[in-house]
Ligand binder design. Structure first.
Ligand code: NAD
Length: 364
């Protein structure tokens, strides 16, 4: 199969869809890989690294798209890429079709492109392995950025999360103990903060309690426990997820007003509407704003700030599936792998994923 890796063109997107290890696996199996010039530079991968493992470096995005049977990307195609998509082509990337420009879906249908969406590739246990690495990155970053926001120069109250001997440590509340929450708590505990994790899932709390061996407090999440913990915290991380739905507003505007001035909230769940009432999406260019003297960090694509880590984390999980499609062809690959089957959002001019069809008002 001919597999293309174009350079991402969305503003400030520095990740790339395939790293040299993925290219090597494909070329050794007899496939052809076309990589656009400088596609990996934002992630610290020069063209020479791709060439070394057998990729052809192509100077024009048009040519990469035109010649490829499968295109492997990171972000959903944006307007200039619509016309580059070829009839019958496979595009393997994040799509988030329910939330993006309806024109993208129309183009996929018109050109009979097969959209293989990272975000709906789902294992039988319901987990979403191609979303997990980005949650891990965002969870770990949440404490890093939260600690910086707590510094006086960034509008914070001027507290060091780990404290020093004789001085109290910073208090961190992590609402939602899933992938984001676990990673945030690990970093916060590692920095020496006093950490409380709140979740509605008691089995998950048991797991977290076992993992942290008493170094983090676990609490059943309800209105009371959230209010008490948030009021006392220096840093609050929002990491809840209701699969397929909007995040519930668990921290009200009123509760934000009861936090000490200079406290910080990082709402990682902002990409699903946020779980803190006062949050609105921000960007890496202008990541914070203040409400009731509380610093808010609500960047919707946090992993974009650390493209080297994010690219390798993402491609570690996407690689086996692109290899499977290249080796077996789309139809056989789907037949042999139900997780991959669930990733197909459009095929041969039809929407093949129920939630996307409903959201777009199409028949399913
Ligand atoms: P996850 O499913 O692993 O964890 C979510 C947790 O929230 C679960 O443990 C669930 O039990 C818990 N929860 C649900 N309702 C709750 C409530 N009322 N109180 C407390 N806990 C509750 O999800 P995840 O992978 O950790 O993702 C969390 C959020 O972070 C998602 O919205 C995801 O899209 C988002 N995210 C954002 C970025 C970013 O850049 N901003 C990056 C990655 C992920």
């Amino acid at each position: 199969m001919i597999v293309g890796v174009p350079k991402e063109i969305k503003t400030r997107e520095y990740r790339v869809g395939m790293v040299p290890a993925g290219v090597r696996a494909l070329t050794m199996a007899g496939h052809t890989v076309l990589v656009e010039t400088n596609a990996g530079v934002g992630s610290g991968i020069p063209d020479s690294e791709y060439q070394r493992v057998g990729a052809q470096i192509i100077s024009s995005a048009d040519e990469v798209w035109k010649r490829s049977e499968m295109v492997v990307k990171v972000k959903e195609p944006i307007a200039p890429e619509y016309e580059r998509m070829q009839p019958g082509q496979i595009v393997y990337t994040y799509f988030h079709l329910a939330g993006v420009d309806p024109e993208l879906t129309k183009t996929l249908l018109k050109k009979k492109v097969t959209a293989v969406a990272y975000e709906t590739l789902q294992l039988d246990d319901g987990s979403l392995p191609l979303l997990k690495p980005m949650s891990e990155v965002a969870g770990k970053m949440a404490i890093q950025v939260g600690a910086a926001c707590l510094e006086k120069a960034h509008g914070g109250k001027g507290i060091l999360l780990g404290g020093v001997p004789g001085v109290r440590r910073g208090r961190v509340a992590v609402i939602g103990g899933g992938v984001v929450g676990l990673c945030a708590a690990k970093v916060a505990v590692g920095m020496g903060a006093e950490v409380t994790i709140l979740d509605v899932n008691l089995e998950r709390l048991t797991y977290l309690d076992d993992v942290f061996l008493g170094r983090a407090q676990t609490l059943a999440s309800d209105t009371e426990s959230i209010a008490r913990t948030v009021r006392e915290s220096d840093l609050v991380i929002g990491g809840v997820l209701i699969p397929g739905g909007k995040a519930p507003k668990l921290v009200s505007r009123e509760l934000i007003g009861e936090m000490e001035p200079g406290s910080v909230v990082v709402d990682v769940a902002v990409d699903q509407g946020g779980c803190i009432e006062t949050c609105k999406p921000t960007t890496h260019d202008n990541p914070t704003f203040t409400v009731s003297d509380v610093v808010h960090y609500c960047v919707a694509n946090m992993p974009g700030a650390v493209p080297q880590t994010s690219t390798f984390a993402l491609t570690n999980t996407t690689r086996p599936y692109s290899r499977k499609i290249a080796d077996l062809g789309l139809v056989e690959a789907i037949k042999s792998d139900r997780a991959l089957q669930r990733a197909i959002n459009t095929y041969n001019g039809h929407i093949t994923y129920e939630a996307v069809a409903k959201d777009m008002g199409y028949d399913y």
